[in-house]
Design a binder for this molecule. Structure first.
Ligand SMILES: [Zn+2]
Length: 298
């Protein structure tokens, strides 16, 4: 566990997602009340709680647990955090709320999406009592001391994806809306997972975020970046390159996900970041292959 200072009122807890530093964070946003943004998986919750303890934040002091979308590295820890933080409400798009109340149908579809190699690193879900769930799509949350969070619809990566604008710093908690940027592993890639990835929606989302002229983006994977326009432009170019690779593969009758992922994102397999690179590139290839195949079928 490592703490990263983002702004006077924002700290990131690196909770060792997938067992590695530099991959995933939970953000702590402090006004008079305290919000967490993103939960990691069930397996990262102990590190997140250790981070809160190090920040001298009592469990009763956390009022809000906010997720950008339902994927397990963003909402998998929500049930365990809710159990440990007794006063906190949990926020996610209303279309995903039923799955956090009753996660039983979710696990098999997540397992298919993340693949067998990375699956054991994703933990599980703990059901959340419905009374503690709040819909997030129209969220405007006043934390006090001029700290305000505002939800922005950012579909594409997933249909339920929301980003949250911090009106005090102007920065955007962007989740996976456009791209991942993990400098420690020299990885920057868009993630386009099956089954619900929507290319056109993601292109619109990236254009919308670009139009906001943000001073910074706060990525779940990973950290704060102030070269916003560059990151969004690069994400768009990488998406174009991925579409191109997939279109050529479909025309050539190729559909082996591992082969295509290694072609798209060649990454040294002896590096500890290799698992992260393989897992997320395979997820992206599978999602784009499905999207483009369906599009061709009309
Ligand atoms: Zn995701």
């Amino acid at each position: 566990m490592e703490l990263l200072s983002v702004d006077d009122h924002i700290t990131a807890i690196d909770h060792n997602l997938l067992g590695l530093p530099g991959v995933g964070v939970t953000y702590v946003v402090r006004g008079e009340s305290i919000a967490l943004i993103e939960t990691g998986t069930s397996l990262t919750v102990p590190q997140t709680l250790a981070g809160l303890a190090q920040l001298a934040i009592q469990p009763e002091a956390v009022d809000h647990i906010i997720c950008t979308h339902l994927h397990m590295d963003h909402s998998g820890g929500a049930g365990y955090l809710a159990a440990a933080l007794p006063r906190a409400s949990v926020y996610i798009h209303s279309m995903s709320m039923p799955h956090l109340v009753d996660p039983s149908k979710l696990m098999s579809s997540v397992r298919r999406a993340v693949g067998e190699e990375a699956w054991p690193l994703h933990g599980d879900f703990k059901p959340i009592p419905e009374a503690r769930m709040r819909p997030a799509e129209a969220l405007r949350l006043d934390l006090g001391r001029d700290v305000m969070l505002e939800a922005i619809a950012t579909p594409g990566h997933s249909p339920d994806h929301l980003a949250y604008r911090d009106l005090k710093s102007g920065g955007l908690f962007m989740g996976d809306a456009a791209c991942l940027v993990m400098d420690r592993w020299d990885l920057a890639l868009p993630v386009t997972p099956a089954p619900a990835y929507d290319l056109q929606a993601q292109r619109n989302t990236i254009a919308h975020i670009q139009s906001l002229n943000l001073p910074s983006i706060y990525l779940t994977h990973y950290g704060a970046h102030s070269n916003v326009s560059f990151q969004l432009q690069r994400a768009s170019e990488q998406i174009d390159a991925l579409v191109d690779l997939i279109d050529r593969a479909i025309s050539a009758g190729e559909s082996d996900v591992a082969t295509l992922a290694a072609r798209w994102l060649p990454y040294p397999s002896d590096s500890p970041g290799g698992l992260v690179a393989r897992s997320w590139s395979q997820m992206s290839i599978a999602g784009m292959l499905r999207y483009e195949t369906k599009r061709r079928q009309g």
